[in-house]
Design a protein around this ligand. Structure first.
Ligand SMILES: Cc1ncc(COP(=O)(O)O)c(C=O)c1O
Length: 374
């Protein structure tokens, strides 16, 4: 197995797979005539930002630190949207942002006097439609705090506002986008006609195998034809950039046999290193597992949290201490959400290059843990 020689534990990005994703995103960008930017909240692997910049139009930030990372590592100004701006940070955010979006009219009023001519400002609105069933990930629910409701806006864009932004998708298809757009147009038609740019948020899982990029291109072109005054349409996916681009390599440290099904205790943790598995929840793919076999295991994390385990997977062979267990698709929304709960160390961050060589980009230790506490 190609991951066998990689020191465990490690998040391993495969450069070739990332390039494949970026190539597809660039095609959509060019054929639809839109700008695709990378959402840092989902993909912050900044070592490869120079590569990402060769394909995409920049990046979107949801905090001062993300905006700084965009400026520092991608050398472009960020499209910044924060659900709420911290007063002491606003000037610094302005200095490194090309677009700034406000989440509420009160935030717009608060910062109106600071608005600058070289930044384009927008409002986030609730498009009034979404198909996300998990409440934790539904940004456009009827009670969502994210985005202004159409009933709070009149028929004219507030002074200095040039753009509208919505985010209502999560791992959705272009057919869902089509339905969101229908609702968005119905609620905000006069404002769309006045806007210079529109940002259709993230959640477009363009790089998933069953996604139909050509249908997305068709939807976007159609929309543009209806509103010729719109100068820029922006999509800001995070997941689609890092989708299926790498793995989390772990190692079996012990086998605990307390119930009917044995648990392989790993040198990683679901709660610290794969939190979405517990939050969403979802069961990750593990390489070299099969539908059925005699070798059924729970996989256990190394923290003391009782629920830090998942089950069950069937392996091709019996698991033994020292065996490598590989979690697939562990690059987006993992590294950005890790914690050092229990003092557990963070996995290395590494890259498998196109020539098959492996480079450890970052590794962590006691000092990183200590610095987060006091
Ligand atoms: C405002 C906004 N834009 C973009 C994204 C990225 O979404 P995804 O990673 O699902 O493409 C998110 C995700 O939460 C978001 O809240």
């Amino acid at each position: 197995m190609r991951y066998k020689k990689i020191p465990s534990p490690a998040y391993v990005l495969e450069e070739e797979k990332l390039i494949q994703n970026l190539t597809l995103l660039k095609r959509v960008q060019e054929e639809a005539g839109v700008h695709i930017i990378c959402a840092l909240k989902g993909f912050s692997f900044h070592h490869v930002f120079p590569l990402v910049k060769q394909y995409l139009h920049g990046a979107t930030a949801s905090s001062l630190h993300e905006a700084k990372l965009v400026f520092d590592k991608m050398h472009v100004k960020a499209h910044t949207y924060c659900p709420v701006y911290v007063p002491d940070e606003f000037d610094e955010i302005q200095a490194i942002s090309s677009h700034i979006t406000f989440n509420s009219l009160s935030q717009y009023e608060r910062y109106k006097s600071k608005m600058k001519s070289d930044i384009s400002y927008g409002l986030r609105v609730n498009p009034g439609y979404s198909e996300i069933e998990t409440e934790l990930y539904n940004p456009a629910s009827p009670n969502s705090r994210l985005g202004i409701f159409h009933t709070h806006l009149g028929d004219t864009l507030p002074e200095g506002i040039e753009g509208l932004h919505f985010h209502a998708l999560c791992e959705n298809t272009s057919y869902t986008l089509e339905r969101v757009l229908a609702s968005f147009e119905k609620l905000y038609h006069p404002l769309i006609q006045q806007a210079k740019w529109l940002n259709f948020g993230g959640g477009h899982l363009i790089t998933r195998k069953d996604y139909e990029p050509d249908h997305l291109i068709h939807v976007l072109k159609n929309f543009k034809q209806k509103y010729p005054t719109i100068q820029e349409i922006i999509l800001e996916p995070g997941s689609a950039v890092g989708w299926q681009t790498g793995v989390l390599v772990s190692t079996v440290l012990d086998i605990v046999q307390n119930g009917d099904i044995p648990t392989a205790m790993l040198d990683v943790s679901f709660t610290c290193h794969m939190p979405d598995c517990l939050e969403m929840p979802y069961k990750p793919m593990v390489l070299n597992t099969v539908e059925q076999s005699a070798f059924e295991y729970n996989l256990g994390g190394m923290s003391c949290l009782a629920g830090d385990y998942m089950g069950t997977w069937f392996f091709e062979n019996e698991l033994k201490v020292g065996d490598v267990v590989i979690f697939d698709d562990m690059i987006h929304y993992t590294m950005v959400k890790t914690s050092t709960f229990n003092g557990i160390n963070l996995p290395d961050i590494g890259i498998l290059k196109t020539d098959n060589s492996y480079e450890i980009i970052q590794s962590y230790g006691y000092d990183d843990y200590k610095k987060r506490l006091s």
